[in-house]
Design a protein. Structure first.
Length: 140
């Protein structure tokens, strides 16, 4: 079966609430390979570049302020159908709509502070992985 890579973030609220370890444990338990991982503290400009696709949205300012409000963990995850598998594990974007057992249900506080991010398509994953990782970071 073909392996796929996706990009994931443990967002500042989950990191500062002390939930990064629990989220990582779920990632390993679900069978992902963590190909790349690092903690970083995004600047506002870096957050704006990452979420540029949303720059016309009314929540862009709030979103990028939040992502630059504390440290987060960025990761490259590998699995069969990794993009869908990670989105299924995260649950719905709004934690209020997320199913029991999903990460956003357990660790999300609100639509903005929803604990985790994941790529939504292969092209997005390629952009997002390249935004934070070099090829050398991802040798296995
Ligand atoms: P994420 O998967 O990181 O992709 C874009 C983010 O924008 C999304 O998760 C939400 O956290 C955030 N978002 C989407 N809609 C809203 C909104 N109406 N208000 C605030 N944040 C939003």
């Amino acid at each position: 079966m073909t392996q796929e890579r996706t990009f994931a973030i443990i967002k500042p609220n989950a990191f500062t609430d002390g939930n990064a370890g629990k989220i990582l444990a779920r990632i390993y338990a679900e069978g992902f390979t963590v190909v790349g991982i690092k903690k970083l503290y995004m600047s506002k400009v870096e957050a704006e570049g990452f979420y540029a696709v949303h720059k016309e949205r009314p929540f862009f300012g709030e979103l990028t302020e939040f992502m630059a409000s504390g440290p987060c963990i960025v990761m490259v995850l590998e699995a069969e159908c990794a993009i869908k598998k990670w989105r299924d594990l995260m649950g719905a974007t709004n934690p209020a709509d997320a199913a029991e057992g999903t990460l956003r249900k357990e660790f999300g506080a609100s639509l903005g502070e929803n604990a985790t991010h994941g790529s939504d398509a292969p092209e997005t994953a390629a952009f997002e992985i390249g935004y934070f990782f070099s090829g050398l970071d991802l040798l296995m």
